[in-house]
Design a protein around this ligand. Structure first.
Ligand SMILES: [Zn+2]
Ligand SMILES: [Zn+2]
Ligand SMILES: [Zn+2]
Ligand SMILES: [Zn+2]
Length: 384
């Protein structure tokens, strides 16, 4: 399998088989953010992580404090007692976003709930409440709005200045008002690495050496920015040129649904396989695997998905295709577009496993927790 870029035809492609192939676009996104200075996908991701939806934490944020339940009979302040009543029964943290409950009322924060569902899918078991072992699922569990609202009214410490605020206003305080919040120098775009508390920012910017950079130095920095900008532009341009091809097919109403399978030799590796589907008058199957078939993906916090496209029909001559996976209808997963290329023949009817370029493990768990992973596959046949 060769990538489109290697063939020197169109656009940017991930190098097949390299695990970082699809992630290259993330770097482009970061660089683009530096160019436009506006909020990007990355920023959204870190904000969502800040809401406690996943196991990963933002490097700029202090590690979350684990609140242990108070021992029976010990009477702390009312707030302290409420913490232990309203906390997630799995991670013992106070939920920062949605709160779910099992049919017996045990509370779970959204991150833990999604993680439990994803784990059960990996183990091919019914997910259960860790407290009472009753079955949990998206349809069996409901949100608990009263708890969500109560939690948002509880006072909490700002991790930067350590003053107390209601949870509902903490985010704004941390983002806009806190004098101790971590900030970056306004000359970050031209290479200043300074990071520090907001109240030290004016003094730093006063003496920052980066605005006195020479034109030559600035040209170098601008060149790098242009380059990453151009890479992204090339990707989108190549998608547009693919859209001009004569033979284009995509999965429409037939959504790509993954189902867990075990391998033939009873090894516990899991992979997902779609039902056969027809695109461009050929029959195809898409396979996907978790953490590249690591033995126990449920033991690892980091989750990745990679996929393989297989041509099931017999063909008279090789079909050269570019293909592209995007999110499916009614799905809100974030997938970065990466164009892959493969010449399918009866001997080479399978592509290598290539990374599904989802933004992070949180997104990956969201996919695994869902019954079906709705993706949309585009296949562009290259005419000789
Ligand atoms: Zn939790
Ligand atoms: Zn329960
Ligand atoms: Zn503060
Ligand atoms: Zn600076």
């Amino acid at each position: 399998m060769s990538s489109v870029e290697e063939r020197g035809e169109v656009g940017v492609a991930a190098t097949p088989g390299s695990s970082s192939g699809g992630l290259g676009v993330v770097a482009v996104g970061a660089a683009l953010e530096a160019v436009v200075g506006g909020p990007s996908m990355l920023e959204e991701v870190s904000i969502r992580r800040g809401e406690g939806l996943g196991p990963e934490s933002d490097p700029d944020e202090p590690p979350p404090k684990k609140r242990m339940r108070l021992p029976e009979g010990e009477s702390g302040k009312l707030e302290e007692r409420l913490y232990s009543v309203l906390c997630c029964t799995v991670c013992l943290d106070l939920p920062k976003a949605s709160v779910y409950q099992c049919t017996n009322g045990h509370l779970m924060c959204a991150g833990c709930f999604i993680h439990l569902l994803a784990d059960s899918r990996l183990k091919e078991e019914q997910a259960t409440c860790p407290n009472c072992r009753c079955e949990i699922s998206k349809s069996l569990c409901c949100r608990n709005l009263a708890v969500e609202k109560a939690v948002s009214e509880l006072p909490t410490d700002c991790p930067f200045c350590l003053k107390q605020f209601p949870r509902s206003s903490l985010e704004r305080h941390q983002r806009e008002e806190c004098q101790d919040r971590v900030t970056q120098c306004k000359y970050k775009r031209i290479g200043c690495p300074w990071k520090g508390p907001f109240h030290e920012l004016p003094a730093h910017e006063e003496e920052c050496c980066h605005p006195t950079k020479t034109g030559t130095e600035l040209m170098g920095i601008l060149g790098e920015m242009d380059q990453s900008h151009r890479r992204e532009l090339t990707l989108y341009n190549s998608i547009f040129s693919l859209l001009c091809y004569e033979k284009i097919g995509f999965t429409g109403r037939l959504e790509v649904q993954f189902r867990p399978y075990r391998t033939d030799d009873f090894i516990t590796r899991l992979y997902y396989e779609t039902p056969r589907f027809t695109v461009l008058n050929q029959t195809w199957v898409l396979k996907a695997r978790v953490n590249d078939s690591e033995r126990n993906p449920n033991l690892s916090c980091k989750r990745t998905l990679s996929f393989q496209l297989i041509l099931k029909s017999k063909v008279n001559s090789a079909i050269e295709c570019s293909f592209l996976l995007l999110k499916g209808p009614y799905d809100d997963v974030r997938i970065k577009p990466v164009i892959h290329h493969h010449a399918f023949s009866n001997d080479t009817n399978e592509t290598d496993y290539v990374p599904l370029p989802i933004t992070d493990s949180v997104e990956c768990n969201k996919l695994l927790a869902a019954k079906n992973i709705n993706l949309r596959l585009f296949i562009f046949q290259i005419q000789k």
